[in-house]
Write a protein that binds this ligand. Structure first.
Ligand code: RTP
Length: 158
């Protein structure tokens, strides 16, 4: 996940099928872009069962696990998987997303703005540096999948 605590820190963000179906991809990308974060990978896909189960492996004993995996693999809509880069992006991403239960999410966050249901909370974001490393490797593990780039005017963010 880049280097922790530096401007090359990276996080894994996934817009879930409900966010895609509802046409929120543009708004979500826009929030990260405008904040000053850099998009270094993006793809739209229907995850395989194996990928979804690996991604949510920590939750495998929870009662909602099966429903969660069924939902993100259903193919009714794809997910949009992304890697975003920048200072404190792992923690800031979680703040921008809001609490897991949208009913507890702070006003202005993505989940508060667009949802009222924990099982349809629009988006996922890595919750720590180690998780980010693991998730980026899982979703973008092939060589060349992450773009490193510097826009000409990047000095505005320093
Ligand atoms: P995420 O991993 O998706 O960013 O969410 P999170 O860390 O905020 O929450 P986590 O506890 O890891 O749960 C992962 C996802 O499982 C779904 N969930 N459903 N029906 C339920 O009671 C329930 N609880 C959790 C949510 O979609 C949550 O984002």
């Amino acid at each position: 996940a880049g280097k922790k605590g530096t401007s090359s820190e990276r996080t894994f963000i996934m817009i879930k099928p409900d966010g895609v179906t509802r046409g929120l991809v543009g708004d979500i990308i826009s929030r990260f872009e405008k904040r000053g974060y850099k998009l270094v990978a993006i793809k739209s896909l229907v995850p395989s069962r194996q990928l979804a189960e690996q991604h949510y492996a920590d939750l495998s004993t929870r009662p909602f696990f099966k429903g969660l995996v069924n939902y993100i693999t259903s193919g009714k809509a794809p997910v949009v998987a992304m890697v975003w880069e920048g200072k404190d992006v792992i923690r800031q991403g979680r703040i921008m997303i809001g609490a897991t239960n949208p009913l507890d999410a702070a006003p202005g966050t993505i989940r508060n703005t667009y949802s009222i249901s924990i099982g349809r909370n629009i988006i996922h974001g890595s919750d720590s540096f180690d998780t980010a490393e693991q998730e980026i490797g899982l979703w973008f593990g092939k060589p060349g999948e992450l773009a490193s780039w510097e826009p000409a005017n990047w000095n505005w963010i320093m």
